[in-house]
Design a protein. Structure first.
Length: 171
């Protein structure tokens, strides 16, 4: 038995430890949002978050993520509301065929968690997923839009409390 948490739900899986995480997600748990494409970790269609880090599910075997927390495209917005990244994706009309989009959205979500205001160069360096439709300009615009949306919805910064006046200091 191998244990891991997927989208907030703990699973005890009776499968071989060498089984790729992608097949566990798709075939064992029915989470088909994570896509199979190249099978060698290059394209990024299978990108998921493992303990908050973007990973390619087709190249990770289950025993390597035992006791980890995995988030798939289905787990990004479990309450049924879209995240800022998903809303920006639609607003910027990123998808064409849509096949690679779950992996791109997961990768963009991770990027914005690590860098809330990335430049185009930082986006290009962080998002190495392959989109056969070539919507990379739209992806960049969507990431910038999502960053703006997240910044606008962030709670205002609370100023640090003033340092107490030292004794004998003029008031």
């Amino acid at each position: 038995m191998i244990s891991l948490t997927i989208n907030g739900t703990r699973h005890e899986l009776d499968v071989e430890g060498e089984m790729p995480l992608l097949w566990v997600l798709r075939d064992e748990l029915g989470l088909t949002g994570t896509k199979y494409s190249c099978g060698i970790g290059r394209c990024g269609a299978c990108t998921v978050l493992v303990d908050g880090e973007a990973k390619r599910a087709c190249t990770i075997v289950l025993e390597d993520v035992a006791d980890s927390e995995v988030t798939t495209i289905e787990g990004l917005a479990p309450a049924g509301t879209w995240t800022a990244v998903q809303e920006a994706w639609i607003a910027e009309q990123v998808p064409q065929c849509g096949y690679c989009q779950p992996g791109l959205i997961v990768a963009a979500t991770r990027l914005l968690a690590a860098n809330p205001r990335p430049s185009d160069a930082e986006i290009d360096a962080a998002i190495d997923n392959i989109c056969r439709c070539g919507t990379y300009d739209r992806v960049r615009r969507a990431i910038h839009r999502a960053a703006e949306m997240q910044a606008a919805s962030a709670p205002p910064a609370v100023p640090a409390p003033a340092a107490p006046a030292s004794e004998g200091a003029p008031q």
